[in-house]
Design a protein around this ligand. Structure first.
Ligand code: 6R9
Length: 644
């Protein structure tokens, strides 16, 4: 029997949303979505107030519009509107990789920095609708750059600093960015990341980029190309400290964020301005029960959607103090997270299961020697959290005192869709619990039949919500194909889930060819195409397998070209090759040399079989009679790499 953790009585009283309010608001949000969202759409400042709430179709001519006759400026909502009431309050609390480095940036200061960069970008010719790629470490300039884009209506595309030059180039080219904002070097866990050198390589093949702005982070030596490269500190110093925010239509794009899918290259998920901001700020307030005076810390990187919605846009729209951390959980010691919590008196802490599992391995002492008395709420995101990690997080980190919000959502959803509300929802370890307001989850079977009651199936969402992605940048057909063609009239998430008798959702993981490594999405197709690009590789198939810390690990079956011998050296070479092609997060954990791959007579690789072998579940292979050569399976089983 699953233990149920009831809502602390105090919290039920103090929280924005208690159980009764949740029930009433949820009911209304489903019965009267227009009325519900018209009301909550007003939580942000509009230049021209909307009169239309939504215009959505999930079939036929698929389109999604929210608040579409309104106009606003997202940066003004995150900055200007707070100046009168909280200009001197800390907006960004920055904690450096080095524990001796930190900074508190007030709303007034952040506003000025954003205005200066907006002016500098305008002087470089960047205008509304232009694409700007941001390739920065976790420094305040990353948030400044995003907000400066929002201020002038340029569309930002943040690329995670861990991505390779090739990955960066692909993303620069896909959206034809005219400006790249990067840094000399990043600093993580005491190690330097050569961002500018990577950018220079990427720029060799990215002709659209006319200007590069370089933040001096470490002072390391870099090449500056005259006429193209500009130092951030020089051009912002020369720019005016005030700027009139540009009026932006609700449905004008705010950002593109590339994410892995089951096929092809990463797709540019496009989010627009009004609905996104309404949804990010509303979920931030209610899911984290954010109140005046809280110190809120989300440990994600701004290169991922969690960093967009819950480090930058949601918290700043709510006038919060948001902590931004440059470093890693185990540097200089495995107590770092907890020490940062004590140093800055963090009250709300939001991290990923992979970090919890890694820290759990270090035992309780590194946690228990810190106070953590300021904490009142914990959060989890990125992958399913196993009940063991959940209870450890609750008992050891939260001293049995802090509720955990296990928030399920995706890059595509813009904000949290299934989650507990801490003052309303009794918790079950491992369950993301119940839908947020306006979210209508539907369970369907493989044939598309809608399933009622307590069932397991594929997770779809029946109605739109304001934070939903609007299209795949430059490829609306791919958007329709990926999300709206599997199940008619519904948004298909790509996740499987179980719904229990209490209506709680338990996300079981991806049901497509996407693997979730430490909370980062990797398409198996991407890793495969990196592998086959190596001259010694004839064929490759990649699947996920259970990994104690990462959640899933990357298992690659590799067939070499004729006359190539598998060696330990070649194994290392291939791992490094993938790191170089995509980035360290795509490194295969296990490579199995495979003389042949199991294929159907029509030549399709049977991944089901490869998955089972990788999971060490080879006695449950199912039907192999359709294989062209059933013999290859015996060889794969005999030489399997995961015997756990
Ligand atoms: C926000 C984010 C999305 C995929 C998603 C699912 C998995 C995220 C989860 C979770 C179980 C949770 N996922 N949160 N699974 N419980 N609380 O992570 O976006 O990088 O696009 O990944 O992550 O499989 O489909 P993204």
């Amino acid at each position: 029997m699953t233990e149920v953790y009831s809502v602390p009585a105090e919290l039920a009283k103090s929280a924005w949303i208690d159980a009764e309010t949740y029930a009433a608001w949820y009911e209304r949000s489903i019965q009267d979505p227009e009325g519900f969202w018209a009301e909550h759409g007003r939580r942000i400042d509009w230049i021209k107030p909307f009169t239309k709430v939504r215009d959505v179709s999930f079939s036929g001519d698929v389109h999604i519009r929210w608040f579409h006759d309104g106009s606003l400026n997202v940066a003004a909502n995150c900055l200007d509107r707070h100046l009168a009431t909280r200009g001197d309050q800390t907006a960004i609390l920055w904690e450096g990789d080095d524990p001796n480095e930190s900074a508190a940036i007030t709303y007034r200061d952040l506003h000025e920095r954003v205005c200066r960069l907006a002016n500098a970008m305008t002087a470089l010719g960047v205008a509304k609708g232009d694409r700007v790629t941001i390739y920065l470490p976790m420094i305040p300039e990353a948030a400044v750059a995003m907000l400066a884009c929002a201020r002038i209506g340029a569309i930002h595309s943040v690329v995670f600093g861990g991505f390779s030059p090739d990955s960066l180039a692909g993303r620069l080219q896909d959206c034809a960015s005219s400006l790249l904002i990067t840094a000399d070097e990043g600093l993580r866990g005491g190690r330097k990341v050569p961002l500018k050198a990577n950018a220079d390589k990427a720029l060799e093949t990215s002709g659209s980029v006319r200007n590069v702005i370089v933040v001096k982070r470490t002072g390391g030596a870099v090449q500056m190309t005259a006429g193209r490269d500009h130092w951030y500190h020089e051009i912002t110093q020369a720019a005016a400290p005030t700027h009139q925010p540009v009026e932006i239509d609700a449905e004008d794009p705010l950002f593109i964020l590339y994410t892995s899918g089951s096929t092809g290259k990463p797709k540019g998920v496009l989010h627009t301005s009004g609905g996104y901001l309404v949804y990010a700020s509303m979920t931030h307030q209610y899911v984290f029960d954010y109140h005046e005076g809280d110190v809120y810390w989300c440990t994600a990187d701004v290169g991922w959607v969690t960093g967009h919605s819950y480090i930058v846009y949601g918290p700043l729209a709510n006038g919060a103090t948001t902590l931004m951390f440059e470093g890693v959980p185990n540097y200089p010691t495995v107590s770092r997270f907890w020490e940062v919590i004590d140093k800055h008196k963090v009250t709300i802490f939001y991290t990923a299961p992979t970090a919890i599992r890694a820290l759990m391995r270090e035992g309780e002492e590194p946690v228990k020697k810190t106070s953590r008395a300021s904490l009142r709420l914990l959060g989890s995101v990125g992958e399913p959290i196993n009940p063991e990690a959940w209870t450890w997080y609750h008992r050891v980190v939260g001293d049995d005192r802090c509720p955990i919000v296990d928030t399920w959502w995706q890059t595509e959803t813009g904000g949290i869709l299934i989650t507990p509300l801490p003052g309303a929802t009794p918790l079950k370890p491992g369950s993301a619990t119940r839908p947020f307001f306006g979210v209508k989850p539907v369970m369907v079977d493989a044939e598309g039949k809608v399933l009622d009651g307590a069932v397991e199936g594929n997770l779809c969402i029946a109605e739109s919500w304001p934070g939903q992605m609007r299209t795949v940048y430059g490829d609306h057909e791919r958007f329709v194909q990926t999300y709206f063609s599997t199940y008619k009239g519904m948004y298909f998430t790509g996740d499987g889930a179980r719904r229990d008798a209490d209506g709680y959702y338990w996300i079981t993981g991806r049901v497509d060819d996407v693997i979730n490594v430490s909370g980062h999405r990797m398409g198996t197709a991407e890793v495969e195409s990196a592998l086959v690009a190596h001259p010694k590789v004839a064929e490759a198939a990649v699947v996920g397998y259970p990994h104690e810390i990462k959640g899933q690990g990357i298992y690659a079956y590799v067939t070499l070209v004729a006359d190539e011998e598998p060696t330990e050296e070649l194994r290392k070479e291939l791992v490094n090759w993938v790191r170089k092609e995509i980035g360290p997060i795509a490194s295969p954990d296990l490579i199995q040399w495979s003389p042949g791959l199991p294929k159907t007579r029509s030549g399709k690789i049977m991944r089901r079989i490869l998955r089972k072998i990788a999971e060490n579940q080879f006695d449950a292979l199912g039907d192999t009679s359709t294989l062209a050569d059933p013999g290859v399976v015996d060889d794969l089983i005999e030489n399997r790499m995961n015997r756990a």
